[in-house]
Unconditional design. Structure first.
Length: 329
């Protein structure tokens, strides 16, 4: 990275901050930012497809360029092989935005989670997406850190704006959407990306049908949460005499016994990463957990009831009633 790269990144950040950002989905948020970056002429904005192992549409002018500029790549990749090819062509640099309208193969999220060069995000709203892209420009091209950012995009939930604290917490992996309890029966529902909308609906079912209040958390990156928690755990093991290090996940969920139900549209192993670091009853849910696709609001609500029943907070008969009421058996 050169001083010219840093200057280009700062111009890009200023341009995005100055541009009006209406409430929109993650997909349209990125498209709007891509237009702004193209107008700034300080970034490579590439709109392509990666339908095979070889990125045949890679621009020759980019390959010839010797000075790095911020790069935003809008693409479609449904498998880890396609994304591995794309990240190889980009030398694992840049902000890669994947339009995930096509259901990705199970190998793709696992490859993302296991690649230390990748900082993966699954934003639920346009506001989260904008914060992540700005953080990518700052991290990669101003601070000069290695690796690449990855965003899974969808065109559903738009969501409200973020406070500065929510924005910082979202970049760490999670932030609280609903901030307080008013009832004694409570659960904590975590959701990422497109699945967050079903989590919101599940919270409404719990409140209207069962008088149970759900604390809502949006989790743009389960992998970021797990990596930091694992690093803190390892440091504490190697430094038994030093003060213990915490992590964002424990800071958010610690000191509370309410069950935690974590939901993703990816396969369940993505949320399984958190299990060792949550001290309350933990229920991970993903594609394939209870049905082939991401769990519906009815399964989320029912399994939240099951967690409460397992903790002795409600009678197990409520779970049986929910299974019949929501036509799950």
């Amino acid at each position: 990275m050169t001083a010219a790269t840093e200057r280009s990144a700062l111009i890009c950040i200023d341009a995005l901050n100055a541009a009006q950002q209406p409430r929109c989905s993650p997909l349209y948020s990125v498209m709007s930012m891509a237009n702004t970056l193209e107008s700034s002429r300080q970034a490579w904005v590439i709109r392509g497809q990666s339908r095979s192992r070889r990125v045949v549409s890679w621009p020759t002018w980019f390959a010839r360029n010797t000075g790095e500029k911020p790069m935003l790549y809008l693409h479609t990749a449904a498998s880890s092989a396609q994304l591995r090819a794309l990240s190889g062509e980009t030398r694992q640099r840049g902000i890669l935005c994947n339009d995930s309208a096509t259901l990705p193969s199970p190998s793709l999220p696992l490859w993302l989670a296991g690649n230390p060069q990748c900082t993966p995000y699954d934003p639920a709203s346009g506001a989260e997406t904008r914060a992540i892209v700005l953080a990518g420009l700052q991290t990669l091209y101003v601070e000069g850190k290695p690796g690449f950012f990855y965003l899974a995009l969808h065109d559903q939930h738009d969501g409200p704006g973020l406070s500065p604290q929510d924005r910082d917490d979202a970049l760490k992996g999670m932030y609280r959407v609903r901030r307080s309890y008013t009832s004694e029966l409570r659960v904590r529902l975590l959701g990422a990306g497109r699945a967050f909308e079903e989590v919101v609906h599940a919270a409404r079912l719990l409140e209207l049908d069962w008088n149970i209040e759900a604390q809502l958390w949006s989790c743009p990156s389960y992998t970021q949460l797990a990596r930091e928690a694992q690093a803190a755990q390892r440091w504490n093991r190697l430094h038994p005499l030093a003060p213990k290090r915490s992590c964002h996940l424990r800071d958010c969920l610690g000191g509370n016994a309410a069950p935690v139900i974590a939901v993703t549209g990816y396969p369940q192993p993505i949320v399984d990463q958190l299990a060792a670091h949550v001290d309350a009853r933990f229920v991970p849910l993903g594609a394939g957990s209870v049905e082939a696709s991401a769990p519906s609001r009815y399964w989320i609500a029912t399994l939240a009831l099951k967690a409460l029943a397992d903790d002795g907070c409600i009678e197990a008969e409520h779970v049986e009633t929910a299974l019949h009421r929501y036509h799950l058996k």
